[in-house]
Design a protein around this ligand. Structure first.
Ligand code: RP5
Length: 164
C-alpha cells in the first residue's frame, strides 16, 4: 500500500453516520484538541453512502490514519463495515437514540463476528473513545503517553480534592 501521509495528515479519523451525531461527538473533539493530535471529522454512512464508506476505509491507512473512531446510532453498522475493510484499530461509539436509548446502537456495534473486532465504548462515550484512540497511539508516540500520564494525574487530583 502506498503511503501519502505527511506531517500534516490526521492520525485519528472520527467518523459519524449522520451530521445529526455531531453534537454527541463534541467531547471527543474537545479531548483530541486538548491533546493536540491531528484528527479529522467526517460524515459517512454504512447505509446511505456505502461505496464512499468502503473506499474511505480502504484508503485510510495509506493517508496516514492510525486509529478510526466510528460513531453511529440505531442500526449502527458503520464501525463494523469500516473494520471489515481495514486492519487499523476501529473504536465503535454507540450514539444514544430516541427510540431505544442507544441500546440498539450498542448491540449493533459490539456484537462483531470473530475475526473482525471493534473496540466498543459506552453509549455516548465520546470522550473515552478519544482517550482510547490516544492510548493506542501512545504505544508509538511518547509525547502522547506523557500527556495521558498528566491527564490521569489530574483526574486523580480532582477526586482526592473533592469537597463533599
Ligand atoms: C445513523 O442513524 C446515524 O449514525 C444516526 O445516529 C442515525 C439517525 O440519522 P439521521 O436520520 O438523523 O440522519 O445512521
Amino acid at each position: 500500500m502506498k503511503s501519502k501521509s505527511s506531517d500534516s495528515s490526521p492520525l485519528i479519523a472520527v467518523l459519524m453516520g449522520s451530521a445529526s451525531d455531531a453534537e454527541n461527538l463534541e467531547p471527543a473533539r474537545e479531548v483530541l484538541t486538548e491533546f493536540g493530535v491531528r484528527f479529522e471529522f467526517k460524515v459517512l454512512s454504512a447505509h446511505r453512502t456505502p461505496d464512499h464508506t468502503l473506499r474511505y476505509a480502504e484508503e485510510a491507512e495509506g493517508r496516514g490514519i492510525e486509529v478510526i473512531i466510528a460513531a453511529a446510532g440505531g442500526a449502527a453498522h458503520l464501525a463494523g463495515v469500516v473494520a471489515a475493510k481495514t486492519t487499523l484499530p476501529v473504536i465503535g461509539l454507540p450514539i444514544k437514540t430516541k427510540a431505544l436509548n442507544g441500546l440498539d446502537s450498542l448491540l449493533s456495534i459490539v456484537q462483531m463476528p470473530a475475526g473482525v473486532p471493534v473496540a466498543t465504548v459506552a453509549i455516548d462515550g465520546a470522550a473515552n473513545a478519544a482517550l482510547l484512540a490516544l492510548q493506542i497511539l501512545s504505544i508509538k508516540y511518547p509525547e502522547i503517553k506523557a500527556k495521558l500520564g498528566n491527564y490521569r494525574q489530574e483526574l486523580q487530583n480532582k477526586v482526592l480534592q473533592a469537597k463533599v
